[in-house]
Design a binder for this molecule. Structure first.
Ligand SMILES: Cc1ncc(COP(=O)(O)O)c(C=O)c1O
Length: 399
């Protein structure tokens, strides 16, 4: 067996099952699950119809690069969404089977583990767990930058010693961030691009929550957009990862794309061709029309916004919960240890949330996820509302 597999931690949901094992939940109350970031709003009918209509596509093998219609639809979306002057749908876009597999596979393409010193992959802490595993299995060492509430969860790139940057081959950034909800600013992008220019590392920008925001006039800044605004016309050393899962409520469709630096994508395409990660033709057809409709996404955002307003009104004064910049998570400090809080909430109120410490690692003497929980506002409004009332009651038991 590959010995590197032994360096992987159990997935957070496995840790959570273990934490709740043997605890009997209060069955007088209906269970409410807010621990998984799985969209629960209705999948738009036009996507399902197109998927059904194009099932005959499975009679042939798809190409790894995907259909030109899908790539053209993605290119049009990118240009409109980020006011790009242009993006080449032949060389700067590849469809992927959800951003998760691509985030993982990307490290296998980018990392050169045959260097004198072990390569480093930098990522924020807490973080989406795929980055660490991708780094480890590519033979790299993860290096974490802690994100603190006191600094509004902004990453302080200055804290990394020069010797670490010199070994860094890849950085994963996540904006809008899971779990903190923070969106990177143009200044932060500028700093990151300057570091990438100086040290030569690749930037993987996970933007799978980019379409879940609350001000229609102010969508989150994306990596490609930041690059263009800063005069980087060729997206040098930058690849963004985008997904339909959250935007269109199709987590089971497994559809997303990567876009950016064409020379990196050329190698990524080669890797993917051998890996065998072409997208199902019916999924390609459904994705093509999903990227060309915004109406359903506007409605999706409206529902999330309503849930956040409701949740924050209920939690006001009992938990220090804040509206995130974007995304569908509340990332909130708990009055007691996050694991104890999660157990209590489950036992007494039949609500499941995710302990923040499971999304972080101890780094620089500290796990910044400790004493936080992640609450995914994915359930319907009434259910989320009920969960918040129960959380409020739970807190009142503690004080
Ligand atoms: C930060 C982040 N990136 C990527 C993904 C993967 O999404 P998908 O593979 O459905 O595109 C998720 C899923 O929850 C996520 O939270």
């Amino acid at each position: 067996m590959n010995p590197l597999l032994r360096s992987l931690q159990p997935y957070p949901f496995q840790k959570l099952s273990h934490l709740l094992e043997g605890i009997t939940a209060n069955t007088a109350l209906t269970p409410i699950n807010l621990h998984i970031g799985e969209p629960k709003h209705e999948t738009p009918a036009f996507i399902l119809t197109e998927l059904g209509n194009k099932l005959d596509g499975i009679a042939s093998y798809p190409t790894t690069l995907g259909s030109k219609w899908l790539r053209a639809s993605i290119a049009t979306w990118l240009v409109q969404r980020y006011q790009l002057t242009a993006i080449d749908s032949e060389t700067e876009i590849i469809p992927v089977n959800g951003s998760r597999e691509a985030l993982f596979a990307f490290a296998q393409t980018v990392i050169d583990s045959k260097t004198a010193e072990q390569p480093i992959v930098v990522c924020s802490n807490p973080f989406y767990q795929i980055y660490e595993c991708a780094a480890l299995l590519a033979g790299a060492k993860p290096y974490f930058i802690n994100a603190f509430a006191e600094h509004d969860f902004a990453l302080d790139y200055e804290q990394l010693p020069q010797a670490i940057w010199a070994r860094t081959q890849l950085i994963y950034v996540c904006s809008p961030n899971n779990p903190t909800g923070r969106v990177m600013t143009l200044d932060e992008w500028q700093q990151l691009f300057e570091l990438s220019d100086r040290y030569g590392f690749v930037i993987a920008s996970d933007e799978c929550y980019s379409e879940i925001y609350f001000d229609e006039q102010n969508p989150p800044l994306g990596g490609l957009q930041a690059a263009q605004q800063l005069g980087r016309s060729k997206f040098t050393r930058l690849v963004v990862f985008t997904s339909l899962s959250k935007r269109s409520n199709v987590p089971g469709l497994r559809s997303g794309f990567v876009a950016g630096d064409s020379s990196i994508l050329k190698d990524f395409l080669l890797y993917r061709t051998y890996h065998g990660s072409a997208m199902n033709p019916a999924v390609q057809a459904a994705s093509t029309i999903a990227w060309s409709d915004e109406q359903h996404v506007i409605e999706n955002r409206r529902i999330y916004h309503e849930k956040f307003k409701d949740a924050l009104a209920i939690l006001n004064g009992c938990l220090p919960a804040k509206m995130p910049d974007a995304g569908f998570y509340l990332w909130v400090r708990t009055p007691i240890n996050d694991q104890d809080f999660t157990q209590m909430l489950y036992r007494d109120y039949n609500v499941i949330v995710l302990p923040g410490s499971y999304l972080g690692r101890e780094a620089h003497g500290f796990n910044p996820g400790e004493n936080f929980v992640r609450i995914a506002l994915v359930a319907p409004l009434a259910e989320c509302s009920q969960a918040m009332q129960r959380i409020k009651e739970c807190i009142s038991q503690i004080h």
